[in-house]
Design a protein around this ligand. Structure first.
Ligand code: DP6
Length: 333
């Protein structure tokens, strides 16, 4: 009744922003992402008849309040599927700063879904695991798979067809992703709440949702052909469109700080000098900058040169969720 899983965050190149069903976490449109190695979540789940309540440990600290409740509600679904009532202890550790804005909920719920379902021996393939992870967090459905991943929004009411699929494996293209930290501290509004507010109050929301399928088509084609410029164009456009729809909410949702905007200009300047780079930004102030492996050192040096830039994390395309064997080695779920 105990299992450990390892998962990586993913960065959306075509963003997910909005739900067709909030309770089941069904996305209003698809999305397209790259799973990242170099940033890792490791989660152990242990169910025991003797436990009185669920306990969640993040690193050395016990977590309470809404964060623990979210994990508990998720475990309720896994318990219901297994037909048991045992409470659980969850130990989870990120080797990257949680406030880095690299969707720790994506790797977090992917690892939790894998560890919990394996601990209870649920008979589940990766598609079923992706559906389960989605119930924890929409972006977690994508971290089940490695490399380039597409999230299918599905049509069914029960969400059984809303899951991710792998489009291209992690060794398809040697890209580098820099996560450039601009500020410290927690972001002002979580994505779940911000999506609801955008859907309810932004005049640009419907236009945003309608534009997603075409962007996914373009991004998939660019990734298949390893066309870096085409991928960068669609990724930046998707990022700016999603932020524009959030900014136009009432009250406006603005995740950017001054340095975020400086970095956008900086990346565009670099591109004008002939270096292939593009940026993307999620629901926070930090900027993710992509380049191809040969320009890695040059891009890192240029990013470090910008005044105010803090820590820079570096990641490469990575694998999907994995289960830890008793000897500590990993196997695909
Ligand atoms: C901006 O997956 O965190 O990172 O489904 O409510 O848990 P919930 O939202 P979440 O949203 C991610 C939003 C994003 C874009 C993306 O990753 O596609």
């Amino acid at each position: 009744m105990k299992a450990t899983a390892v998962a990586h965050p993913n960065i959306a190149l075509v963003k997910y922003w909005g739900k067709r069903n909030v309770a089941l976490n069904l996305p209003a449109a698809g999305s397209f992402s790259l799973t990242l190695a170099g940033l890792t979540t490791r989660t152990t789940v242990k169910f025991d008849k003797g436990f009185e309540s669920d306990m969640v440990m993040m690193g050395e600290r016990a977590v309470g309040g809404p964060k623990r409740d979210r994990v508990s509600r998720f475990l309720d679904r896994v318990r219901a599927a297994a037909g048991i009532q045992h409470r659980a202890t969850v130990y989870t550790h990120n080797d990257f700063p949680t406030a880095a804005g690299v969707a720790s909920s994506a790797s977090g719920f992917a690892a939790l879904a894998a560890a919990a379902s394996r601990a209870l021996n649920l008979d589940m393939d990766t598609q079923g695991l992706s559906v389960l992870a989605r119930l924890g967090s929409g972006s977690a459905a994508r971290s089940v798979y490695g490399g380039f991943v597409e999230m299918l929004p599905g049509k069914r009411q029960d969400g059984s067809d809303a899951h991710a699929v792998q489009v291209l494996p992690e060794d398809h293209w040697d890209l580098v992703c820099f996560v450039v930290l601009t500020t410290t501290g927690e972001k002002p509004m979580g994505s779940t709440e911000a999506m609801t507010s955008t859907a309810q109050t932004s005049p640009y929301y419907n236009a945003w949702v309608d534009s997603v399928p075409r962007d996914i088509g373009k991004a998939k084609m660019a990734a298949m052909k390893r066309d870096f410029r085409a991928l960068g164009e669609v990724a930046e456009h998707s990022c700016l469109k999603f932020h524009a729809s959030a900014i136009a909410s009432d009250p406006g949702i603005l995740y950017w700080r001054g340095l975020t905007v400086e970095l956008i200009h900086h990346v565009r300047r670099l591109r004008e000098t002939g270096i292939d780079v593009f940026f993307t930004i999620d629901a926070g102030p930090h900027v993710k900058v992509f380049c191809q492996a040969p320009s890695r050192s040059a891009v890192r040096a240029m990013l470090q040169g910008l005044e105010g830039v803090g820590q820079i994390l570096e990641a490469r395309p990575g694998p999907g969720v994995q289960i830890e064997r008793p000897d500590g080695s990993l196997e695909p779920y």
